[in-house]
Design a binder for this molecule. Structure first.
Ligand SMILES: Cc1cc2nc3c(=O)[nH]c(=O)nc-3n(C[C@H](O)[C@H](O)[C@H](O)COP(=O)(O)OP(=O)(O)OC[C@H]3O[C@@H](n4cnc5c(N)ncnc54)[C@H](O)[C@@H]3O)c2cc1C
Length: 456
């Protein structure tokens, strides 16, 4: 979908206005966060008590993301990501999670993509050059970090008034831990967590699967593994949902549907659109959660590079001699090379104009890959928790739940904080709800964990 002129003006002008009005606007826009306490009108009564505070994300509406993470659509090759990462005339480089073949849609993939782009740059650049990096998310920060000891001048342009992009540790005294509105979970053995200065993490162990009738056996991923194995032998790729049906599974059976809902919280898309030839990694039943400030970590990575916040780039002109960037302010500035790390959603909506147009291969890759949705809602309880389990990862099976995956932070942090995560189409729908509707949907989703539900 193309951006309308009005959207373009809003999307590109907000950051510039933020700079100009910084002394007279209390809160720069845009922000993916929305606090939903106090509620403007009373909530309907639910079995689950209302929390003392809640905050949720809205990445679907964020003009500098347009979604949460890229995914590999059915029929699309993983090599499409390599195509997107190819430098153009050794002047325009691409990084960001969508360009990473091994771990797309993750912090790890974003970080590695930045390291790879920096290696490519090092092979082409000469001493004393001026390098621009667009985007101060993990990928852009990794580029800056990798070039820190090179004899070049690095400037990072970031549209928002903060670094981090799709990692966003919202620090608020009202919350006992940073509220992670974007990415915050790593596989238990993920090496990214071993990077110097990486923030504190907690182990999330033990999963609990519950239906409105009570606790149920963990749902096995075997049907998905079987479907993927069978799909590999087919002459053409099929959607994961189709591969499941072809191998005798029912994606709408409540247990499998809950597992697929969990998959959508990491893949950002539903089985109906995901490739079964290049399936997302199945989420594990143990993970690590960042309970520190990811923004500070990204800042450390940016290091001594020049950082220009609230500076959306609207146009990149390039030839074999260099690049020229136009900012939302209208100002233009020249560099020897540029690394573009903006999200796939921004590229898909022509959030940056390229002159000349990007080559066919890049445009094809941008349109072929999918940009999916993940949203999160954080609930804080000040009184005794209403739940009676130490399991850290909860799955809601069956019933009317909108948010089927929950993280219980109380066993790992001692704080009565629950985090709901929703992915795929359900996340897009969740993002469209108003504050009360979203909180009500979250509380209804939690009903199987309320005292009236069966205990373990
Ligand atoms: C809710 C949610 C939960 C997630 N959960 C996990 C998880 O648990 N584990 C995991 O590994 N991954 C997770 N992810 C995915 C992960 O956050 C991303 O893969 C990763 O952070 C992407 O980093 P990036 O640097 O590629 O992009 P970004 O972080 O998006 O950085 C790109 C930057 O470019 C900036 N930008 C955009 N347009 C312009 C412009 N015109 N000019 C200048 N700057 C611009 C943006 O503001 C942004 O800061 C999650 C994502 C979301 C949204």
């Amino acid at each position: 979908m193309k951006m309308t002129r009005r959207e373009l003006l809003i999307g590109t002008g907000v950051g510039a206005l933020g700079v100009l009005l910084v002394s007279c606007t209390p809160e720069p826009k845009p922000t993916p966060t929305r606090s939903i306490t106090p509620s403007p009108s009373p909530l309907p009564t639910t079995v689950v008590p209302a929390p003392a505070a809640s905050v949720r994300s809205a990445w679907a509406r964020d003009p500098f993301a347009h979604g949460a993470a890229s995914y590999t659509r059915v029929g699309v090759q993983q090599s499409t990501r390599q195509k997107l990462a190819e430098p153009i005339q050794n002047r325009v480089y691409f990084a960001g999670e969508a360009t990473d073949v091994d771990d797309p849609g993750t912090m790890r993939g974003a970080f590695h993509s930045g390291q790879s782009a920096a290696m490519r740059l090092r092979a082409a650049m000469a001493g004393g050059e001026r390098i621009a990096v667009i985007g101060a998310g993990l990928a852009g920060a990794a580029v800056a970090s990798e070039l820190a000891d090179a004899d070049v001048e690095v400037t990072v342009f970031e549209a928002r008034d903060r670094v981090g992009g799709r990692v966003h540790s919202h620090l608020d005294d009202a919350w006992p831990v940073p509220v992670q509105l974007g990415s915050w979970l790593l596989d238990a053995d993920d090496a990214l967590g071993d990077e110097p200065d990486f923030p504190e993490m907690s182990d999330l162990t033990a999963a609990l699967w519950r239906s409105p009738e009570g606790a149920i056996e963990p749902v096995s991923p075997a049907p998905i593994e079987k479907a993927v194995a069978a799909a590999e032998t087919l002459p053409a790729d099929v959607a994961l949902a189709e591969a499941l049906i072809d191998t005798g599974a029912d994606p709408e059976e409540p247990g499998l549907a809950a597992l697929l809902a969990h998959l959508a919280t990491t893949a950002a898309a539903d089985a109906e659109v995901l490739s079964s030839w290049f399936p997302p990694e199945l989420p594990a039943d143990a993970a690590k959660a960042v309970v520190g400030d990811l923004g500070a970590y990204v800042h450390e990575l940016v290091g001594d590079a020049q950082l220009s916040l609230a500076s959306p780039v609207t146009r990149i002109a390039y030839d074999d001699a260099g690049v020229s960037l136009r900012l939302g302010t209208g100002e233009s500035t020249s560099f020897d090379r540029v690394v573009v790390t903006v999200p796939l959603g921004v590229l898909q909506r022509d959030g940056i104009e390229f002159s000349p147009q990007l080559p066919f291969g890049h445009r094809g890759a941008i349109n072929a890959l999918g940009m999916g949705h993940i949203e999160t809602i954080w609930l804080r309880y000040d009184d005794k928790p209403f739940w009676e389990t130490d399991a850290a990862i909860w799955h809601v099976v069956g019933g009317e739940a909108t948010v089927r995956t929950w993280i219980n932070l109380s066993p790992s942090t001692g704080e009565n904080v629950l985090v709901g995560i929703v992915g795929g189409d359900a996340a897009e729908e969740f993002a469209a709800l108003d504050e009360n509707e979203a909180l009500t949907a979250a509380l209804i989703s939690l009903e199987p964990f309320a005292p009236s539900g069966e205990t373990d």
